[in-house]
Ligand binder design. Structure first.
Ligand SMILES: [Zn+2]
Length: 125
């Protein structure tokens, strides 16, 4: 069942509604946050499931990322959470970086400790 994304024009919050294609257009949509029917469909945002885009929206929340550059341990936690939510194994290098961040190393320290990270595989010369 597709997800339709709406924005409430009264409380300005976003929400998603599951509807069949047949229901769409006939079923009244109300904001789950404030009950207003003054809602606007976000065009072109039909999605079948919660996607990485929505996940990245979470991480685009400026308060969530505030101060992370100066706080490697918090950055490590966010990266670990992100990899868990993506449900993907991002590889031993990723784990290594997160471990080092959580141990309090700065990104610069990690980059110099793990020089391979900065380079893409070059293939055979
Ligand atoms: Zn609302």
């Amino acid at each position: 069942m597709p997800t339709y994304e709406y924005r409430c024009l009264d409380c300005n919050r976003r929400f998603e509604i599951f509807m069949t294609y047949a229901e769409y257009g006939t079923r009244p949509v109300a904001c789950p946050h404030c009950g207003s029917k003054n809602v606007q469909r976000r065009i072109g945002r039909v999605r079948v499931a919660r996607s990485e885009e929505a996940l990245l929206d979470d991480f685009a929340d400026p308060t969530a990322l505030e101060g992370l550059e100066d706080d490697p341990q918090a950055l490590g936690r966010v990266m670990r959470k992100m990899s868990r939510e993506l449900g993907e194994d991002l590889g031993p290098e990723f784990d290594e970086v997160v471990d080092r961040l959580e141990a309090g190393q700065s990104p610069d320290e990690i980059e110099s400790a793990l020089p391979d990270l900065a380079e893409e595989p070059q293939g055979d010369l």
